[in-house]
Design a protein around this ligand. Structure first.
Ligand SMILES: [Zn+2]
Length: 583
């Protein structure tokens, strides 16, 4: 058989219609304490657009420093802890009897009892990183108890507290400002702002037609915000065959106490007095959060930092934030006056209005009608060649994808460079990529093969991969240039402030670097005199740190000691180094 085909095991299309189901939680009467003992000033709010996701909590300022006391907001028990160089960094989750879970992230450290509790989980798994773990014991906390100190850990770029409230049963992130008790702690009288609108020609499925959109800035004239000098906007240049009109709004909010740009809570669009579209970000289902890339105008965000909420959705968008969703308007019905109301969670409101003219011109051609030029996101897509194959399930990317595929045989890798679409195009979920192992490499160790992805800046990332019948298969969540690579090289361990025979009596830490060429460091451990000790990874300093503290010092012997470091990469290549240290 000339071609190998993927076995198609699709579940139904992820998203069918969008529903808004308000939460039945008693937002008015549930009371809780503030998570910090200092005034609550927000650097970010719930629902704010953050590149690939809606922000799922409040970012609370900590006066620019780490070490602010973090407080349990209600009685409860620690249901999960997380330690990671990425994302939430150090985080604590507390389940409360009221049905909510509170989450405190980017923490620096903890009071002794909680510190010991977390260390016990790390010792049990011999791992610095903790995630998705089942806690062995219950740890109860009281409302008002200090549970941690704020910090800057994980993917945080300035000290702050990320505070989140989830519905325990569903793990959906709730907008904390829906709770009256929280709104009274964070005063806000500043209304949201609309900076501009964008008109789009869209398909009946809500896909944006390339080159057929236009942005109009809102200008302040006297005390009134106006668009297009208050004259009807001519929409005729947008009209395309088999298309409709969609409208997007560049809207953001600020809170009283700080200048940080935040997200809006609720918007309503009406046309000649009839409501067409309504959006309300009360909660986020984490399974859908990345569909922000479909909700917003992705390229306006990436290129121009505009937060455009599209008031129409594609057929693959499952977000549950649209109480009403009739924003696809027929050209022949689009003339007239539009009103757009936007609210923040405190109920502060801003309204703009504008007028569209009538459709009179003949429509221009629709590029999507040209057969074979595009991949469409709501169907199965395949790209099958003799040595490179791609299979994409429905709902995996957001907008029709121009068919950009090529093979470059002039490659320094084990295979040609296979281009499939472009790196800058957002992808929702992983899809299958396969590269055939060239004949001359058939004798290399097959389990060490993987697929590499070259970014638009030329960086190679390793996607992993399994060898099956002469092919290497991997899952990708980017488009771009794919190549076959082989990783047989173990990580390299390099001590920074110690070496063989070093006297470490006055040391507080042992620091080292661990580098891997391709697959990346997956596992790292340190042993003092054959006993596991914690080795932290500080991603920002790119170093691994063994604290010599009250836990590790008692293991040290007077005289000679052995420190042993092990590291493993994503392809199972491992390295071990031992050093004699004098204490
Ligand atoms: Zn945050």
């Amino acid at each position: 058989m000339k071609y190998l085909f993927f076995i198609l095991t699709f579940t139904a299309l992820v998203a069918i219609g969008q529903n808004y189901e308000p939460k039945t939680i008693d937002f008015e009467s549930i009371e809780f304490a503030a998570p910090l003992k200092i005034p609550l000033i927000l650097a970010g709010n719930f629902g704010e657009m953050r590149g690939n996701h809606f922000h799922t909590g409040l970012d609370i300022k900590t006066k620019g420093v780490s070490g602010q006391k973090v407080i349990a907001i209600q009685d409860g028990y620690i249901s999960r802890v997380r330690v990671s160089p990425w994302g939430y960094g150090n985080a604590i989750y507390i389940d409360h009897p009221s049905g909510i879970t509170s989450l405190y992230a980017h923490l620096s450290n903890y009071p002794p009892a909680i510190d010991s509790f977390i260390y016990a989980q790390q010792a049990l798994t011999e791992s610095y990183v903790l995630d998705e773990i089942v806690l062995q014991d219950s740890f109860f906390v009281k409302k008002g108890q200090i549970i941690a100190y704020s910090g800057n850990s994980g993917s945080s770029f300035a000290p702050h507290l990320h505070f989140e409230i989830r519905e325990t049963a569903t793990e959906h992130a709730l907008n904390p400002l829906l709770f009256k008790t929280m709104r009274t702690k964070i005063k806000d009288t500043t209304p949201p702002k609309v900076s501009g609108i964008k008109l789009y020609a869209i398909t009946e499925k809500g896909f944006m037609i390339p080159g057929k959109s236009k942005y109009y800035t809102c200008r302040l004239v006297g005390k009134k915000w106006v668009i297009n000098e208050n004259k009807p906007i001519d929409i005729n240049h947008l009209i395309t065959e088999n298309s409709m009109l969609g409208i997007g709004f560049h809207t953001t909010d600020k809170l009283d106490a700080a200048g940080n740009v935040c997200g809006v809570h609720h918007t309503v669009l009406s046309h000649n007095g009839t409501k067409k579209h309504e959006q309300q970000i009360d909660y986020i289902n984490f399974d859908h959060n990345r569909f922000l890339n479909s909700h917003q105008d992705y390229y306006e965000f990436k290129q121009n930092k505009k937060n455009i909420h599209k008031n129409f959705t594609t057929v693959i968008n499952p977000l549950t934030i649209y109480p009403q969703n009739d924003g696809k308007i027929k050209w022949e019905e689009c003339a007239g006056t539009y009103e757009f109301d936007v609210y923040d969670a405190h109920g502060n409101a801003h309204t703009i209005s504008f007028t569209l003219g009538s459709a009179v011109k003949k429509p221009s051609a629709n590029p999507f009608d040209k057969t074979g030029a595009y991949f469409f996101p709501d169907v199965v897509n395949t790209h099958i060649t003799e040595d490179f194959q791609v299979l994409i399930e429905p709902g995996c990317f957001y907008e029709p994808l121009q068919k950009i595929v090529s093979t470059d045989s002039n490659s320094k890798y084990l295979s040609p460079i296979y281009q499939f679409s472009e790196y800058t195009i957002p992808v929702q979920s992983k899809y299958d990529v396969r590269i055939q192992v060239p004949e001359q490499y058939k004798d290399l160790p097959s389990y060490k093969f993987g697929i590499g992805l070259i970014s638009d800046r030329g960086y190679l990332s390793f996607l992993g991969g399994n060898y099956v019948d002469g092919w290497v298969e991997a899952r990708a969540r980017n488009f771009g240039q794919f190549v076959l690579v082989l990783d047989t090289v173990a990580p390299k361990i390099t001590p920074l402030d110690f070496n063989e025979g070093k006297t470490i009596t006055k040391y507080n830490t042992l620091e080292l670097e661990i580098h891997d060429n391709l697959a990346g460091v997956m596992e790292y451990k340190a042993y003092l005199n054959d006993k596991w000790v914690l080795m932290k990874y500080n991603r920002k300093k790119r170093r691994y740190i063994i604290p010599l503290n009250a836990r590790s010092r008692p293991i040290l012997l007077t005289g000679k000691n052995t420190v042993r470091i092990t590291a493993k990469d994503g392809k199972g290549n491992s390295e071990e180094k031992s050093y004699t240290l004098i204490y």
